[in-house]
Ligand binder design. Structure first.
Ligand code: NAD
Ligand code: MG
Ligand code: MG
Ligand code: MG
Ligand code: MG
Ligand code: MG
Length: 336
């Protein structure tokens, strides 16, 4: 069954415009949602701790900033865009005491609801607007008159208007320009975690690192290896994004296509697919969530892994080569 897709004409901007919207957090997603909501005529305030480095950034944009508790008390729609691992604490101390009957609490990712780390009371709408792209792209596309596709979901429809509210919010950040699909908190959370772990972030980086290591160990120049396994990936992905896998196969040489279709399945083997199912199992049974929530208390193991990633030779040679190609650089501004 094909999913129903909503566009601009299916969403009513006046619904979100009549509400008071608190955005908690002003990081990757928070700044994008807040600025685009504001530009769409919505009354927004930002919730950040007194000590937060993000405060001055929001204030420079002319946005009203208060503590998370202050803006949660003011608002009747609360969008939770602080990191997933701190949401449960922020909910307990700042949000829950300030929830009134008929309010809406919204999320950009379903993690805390899916794994029962947050349990909102009856009487409030619980919904999700999850853009399928990084916050900085969400904002850039909005400014360019485009949009990033969004998923919306309703976990609890206390008012009967939760879906229309989520759709209206998605319109205000540009989502309905690209298309909005409905999902559930469970489907969004599990597919999002799977995608970033197995393909988008974990799988692709490991594939690039392994390809680079193989060439360098065989005696090829690291510069040549970098161009072949990392730099060119963007060009390939752009073709796939624009016209699908067939579009890419059409555009590359027959040599590349024959080599790819015969060798690719030798890299992603039955064993790899079995491991993908095991990773999915850890997402579905909650063991990944449990591991990550525990790790997030210290970041001890995680910081070591981050250092390993930064220390890999592909990063050193990449920094040097990108310095020689300043036009490829587009740095994401740190907002946390
Ligand atoms: P982020 O790390 O970029 O920003 C978090 C913000 O929260 C910062 O402004 C930080 O100062 C603030 N913050 C941290 N702790 C806080 C606290 N205790 N109280 C108040 N504010 C606090 O986060 P993000 O990547 O934008 O993620 C936010 C949500 O959006 C998450 O649920 C995430 O899964 C979801 N999401 C993110 C992306 C993305 O592009 N990064 C994409 C889709 C969904
Ligand atoms: Mg990050
Ligand atoms: Mg995702
Ligand atoms: Mg994610
Ligand atoms: Mg080539
Ligand atoms: Mg071809």
């Amino acid at each position: 069954m094909a999913a129903e897709v909503f566009y601009d004409d299916d969403a009513d901007l006046s619904i979100i415009s009549q509400r008071k919207v608190a955005i908690l957090g002003y990081g990757s997603q928070g700044h994008a949602h807040a600025l685009s909501l504001r530009d769409s005529g919505v009354d927004v305030r930002i919730g950040l701790k007194e000590s937060s480095k993000s405060r001055s950034k929001a204030e420079e944009e002319g946005l009203a900033v208060g503590t998370p508790a202050e803006v949660a008390a003011w608002a009747d729609v609360i969008m939770v865009l602080v990191p997933d691992t701190v949401q449960a604490d922020v909910y307990k101390t700042d949000i829950e005491p300030n929830l009134k009957q008929g309010d809406a609490i919204m999320f950009g990712h379903g993690f805390n609801i899916r794994y029962d780390l947050i349990q909102p009371p009856a009487g409030v709408d619980v919904a999700m607007v999850a853009p399928k792209g990084p916050g900085h792209v969400v904002r850039r596309q909005f400014n360019e008159g485009k949009g990033v596709p969004c998923l919306i979901a309703v976990e609890q429809d206390a008012t009967g208007g939760a879906q229309a509210l989520a759709l209206s919010y998605a319109k205000a950040i540009g989502g309905t320009r690209a298309g909005v699909l409905t999902t559930t908190f469970t489907e969004e959370t599990e597919t999002d975690l799977f995608g970033e772990q197995v393909v988008l972030c974990g799988g692709v980086t490991e594939l690039m690192r392994a390809g680079f290591d193989t060439l360098v160990e065989a005696g090829y120049q690291p510069e040549a290896a970098y161009f072949e396994v990392l730099h060119e990936l963007k060009l390939i992905v752009d073709m796939v994004n624009e016209g699908g896998l067939s579009n890419m196969w059409y555009s590359v040489s027959d040599t590349a296509e024959y080599g790819g279709v015969t060798r690719g399945p030798r890299i992603i083997t039955d064993e790899t697919r079995a491991e993908m199912r095991r990773v999915l199992g850890e997402i579905q049974d909650g063991s990944f969530a449990k591991e990550w929530v525990a790790e997030s208390k210290s970041y001890e193991q995680f910081n070591k892994l981050r250092e390993d990633q930064k220390a890999h030779p592909i990063e050193k040679i990449g920094a040097k080569l990108r310095d020689m190609m300043p036009w490829v650089k587009r740095k994401i501004t740190e907002t946390a």
